[in-house]
Design a protein around this ligand. Sequence first.
Ligand code: ZN
Ligand code: ZN
Ligand code: FE
Length: 759
Amino acid sequence: MIPAVHKLTRTLCVRGAVQGVGFRPFVYRTARSCGIGGWVRNNARGVVIQAVGTEGDLDLFQVIIEQAPAPARVREIRIAEEAEGGNGTSFLILASGREGDISAGVTADLATCPDCLRELLDPCDRRYRYPFANCTHCGPRYSILEKIPYDRSHTTMRRFEMCPNCRGEYEDPANRRFHAQPNACPDCGPQLTLWDVGGRGLAMRNEALCAAAESVRMGKIIAVKGLGGFHLMVDARNDAAIGELRRRKHREEKPLALMFPSMDMIRGVCRVSDLEERLLTGAEAPIVLLNKQNRAEFMSVSANPMLGAMLPYTPLHHLLMRDLDSPAVATSGNLSDEPICIDEGEALVRLKGIADLFLVHDRPIARPVEDSIVRVMAGRATLLRRARGYAPQSVPMHQGISAPILAVGGQMKNTVALGIGAEAIISQHLGDLGTEPAARAFEDAVRTLEGLYDTRPARVVCDLHPDYPTTRFASEYGRPVMAVQHHHAHVVSCMMENNLSGPVLGVAWDGTGYGPDGTVWGGEFMLADRGAYRRVGHLRCFALPGGDQAVREPRRSALGLLYEVFGESVFDMPDLPSVRAFDSASLRVMRQMLKKGVQSPRTSSAGRLFDAVASILDLRQLSKYEGQAAMELEFAATEVANEGYHIPCATQADWEPMLRRMIEDLGNGRDRGEIARLFHEALACLISEMARISGEKSVVLSGGCFQNALLLERTVALLEQGGFVPYRHSQVPSNDGGISLGQLGVAIHRKTDVEERRS
Ligand code: ZN
Ligand code: ZN
Ligand code: FE
């Protein structure tokens, strides 16, 4: 007699990025090949599998599931139940259930996969030149998602009824589009239209696409409705058209991003490392900051030695770029500082006077999701703007919380974050909250997190700054509020990302943050753990005449710095470029402000120190965009073997000796590139000396200043030489885009609502 095969029924709960990434079809195929029966379905926490089979088959099945291919990512498989017995070898994909708290990984938008691209370019394929093709491995996700679980009826695709062909693919387990929620084809899916500035249709479908490409070639500015919002596109080799775009968009000098038709074409213009190529061609498809081969190329796009480059990431962009066969500027469809426009009706109003034509489609965009920006620094990819392709991927908090917490971030480059379970869900980059549309985008982002996770957070955490709009929002949110010091949030953000609990030496260097002592902080050294910090050092303070106005005028920071050292005699030094940069009337006003200390807050800001030095070297007196002066200082730096400047290490790190030598060197006609380099070196040395004195082995680098590759790379190198372990950002920006994550970390670990400082 043949013994009966002993079977088990095992229920597996799978968590991670497992919805909207072809995970259930993968489970289905794996079950079939392992001889497993049962079912799989999405639920609010992820995916549940009930598997029936022999113990050996089940173990093998589980191992394969654990190694699901990208874009799926399994973080955890928990065996919820195991019982003797069970029968049946058929395996089913069931409709979504809805139980438990909603914390399934909502997936980010994914760039077009090679299979879809092949079909797109195949004249025999039914999706030939169809701009909205996608499959379980690629296509829109977060930008079309209205609520979870991720099913077509919960996306903006719900208005499109699948045709029999698409329905067949959707229901065929062997098909690449099996349960691909945004599945569509030319017969049943979204379509393109070309509009004039009045919203009158000029052409449809492929004709609209061809006409748009032709208009770009003719030097026109085209607003293109893409994945997460509108781009303004213009021929990257047409300086006159770019000049016109800059004039209309009020974006005088800030570099513009380029979309290239191919990797080869990027390589023809920029130096591209293996890592940079992987970033460009990955499913996240961000803008990658690359070094130009020849600095003089594309000067109207970017006057600095770097270029922000990306590849097409939707079928629409692939088709457009192929028709153009030349790089195009693809910049956010907005006025400076406003969030990106997502609705075609709204675009006609907000982009009126900017775009000549509108290439639109009828698939609604659920929320603005801008292009992400990555820079490779010290050998590692570092996000400078975290949006499309990355948001809303969660960051593990390594500690579970019982009730959800909302973190509202700062003000500039804002993001909001929701702590739920053991994960931090960080919103996409929302921008600077100074404008009305930005304020609305911020509130929408909070509602989105609440909606997607079906929760009303029990606590809210904000910046200590009383005047940030986010702080006001928090106080009106109707939940207990905790305020967190800005630079502590920076440091904890980096600690969370690196799974550190502290204590560490935190180095938080940025432009501006509210200090509890009435000064503006920004060049901070703190001994910190996640719950508390002690400020153990900072850059020597100086006055900022005009306060916030100094952000746009590096010459003001310079004057404040010089006044600190030379007092009123600085006004008798007309040879200094920073003094020369003012007319005599403004100079008198500055003098009065500094002398009387009115509207001249004192600051320890490292960002303003960079500005001041850029002004003293006469590289930049007025900034046209945030960070311009510091960037120019970084790019000006040249190799130099000479002895560096020195900032003596102390509780108040004094830059005065360095400043005096700098001015002396300038007077002696020393090369400004060398001075810029020595300045960076002095700051990196200061950090490594502070590390030595602090006695902490772990040094955490955060704040916007560490977007400067020269500063970061030199600091990391010196710390490593000194036997320290430097930690820096990678998945979350070091700028204020990381503040919300840091706020969450502090809120989880701080003992009380008011206690801040460790003694
Ligand atoms: Zn695909
Ligand atoms: Zn169809
Ligand atoms: Fe900051």
